[in-house]
Design a protein around this ligand. Structure first.
Ligand code: ATP
Ligand code: MG
Length: 189
């Protein structure tokens, strides 16, 4: 299996580039943000819990998130590979992902870090909030999410460098240009 972690700050383009990777390489896409938003939309207990954290710019607790991820992963049958979008977001989640994949005879093939400057992230997310009405894409919540990104998620860059799977991608440019760089990184695995 080709298992890809797509990584980056909120608004770095993980969802956009994931869709293209899925199409080109025939992978399954697991977006934890999309999973949680679907639960909120359906009014489930999990959705109610998640909404409290998301609207406040915080992460869902690791134990809960790790269970969700494992059950979504196990629901995929005969997959050529998976793109993990929005997971892991903490060191505990990265450790859990490694262990979960190992138990299933799998591993992360590559981690793609989409790097985008902070002022550009802010511009993109405010625009997305205006167009899509996503509740957490407002200036106050975006600022909290960026603080959470720097304190809890960015340490994963060193984690994946040590793991040997880290690849840097310049996330500033045209969507096609960025996708071309991603394809190069995937084909170099
Ligand atoms: P992007 O714009 O690059 O797709 P994003 O940060 O805007 O990224 P999502 O990945 O959709 O958005 O996540 C939205 C919210 O869902 C997060 O702010 C967080 O509250 C929650 N969430 C998603 N994934 C996780 C996770 N792995 N652990 C904890 N909380 C998560
Ligand atoms: Mg997303």
């Amino acid at each position: 299996m080709l298992n890809i972690v797509i990584f980056g700050a909120p608004g770095s383009g993980k969802g956009t580039q994931s869709a293209r990777i899925v199409e080109k390489y025939g992978l399954n896409h697991i977006s934890t943000g999309d999973v949680l938003r679907a639960e909120i939309k359906n009014g489930t207990e999990l959705g109610k819990t998640a909404k409290g954290y998301i609207d406040n710019g915080q992460l869902i607790p690791d134990a809960l998130m790790i269970d969700i991820l494992a059950s979504v992963f196990d629901s995929l049958k005969d997959s050529k590979g998976v793109i993990f979008d929005g997971f892991p977001r903490t060191i505990a989640q990265a450790d859990a992902l490694k262990a979960m994949l190992k138990e299933r005879g799998q591993e992360v093939s590559v981690m793609l870090d989409l790097e985008v400057p902070e002022d550009e992230l802010m511009t993109r997310l405010i625009k997305r909030g205006q167009e899509s009405g996503r509740a957490d894409d407002n200036e106050e919540t975006i600022k909290k999410r960026l603080v959470v990104y720097h304190s809890q998620t960015a340490p994963l860059i060193d984690w994946y460098k040590k793991d040997g799977t880290y690849r840097h991608i310049n996330g500033l440019g045209t969507m096609d240009g960025i996708f071309a760089d991603i394809c190069k990184a995937i084909e170099n695995i």
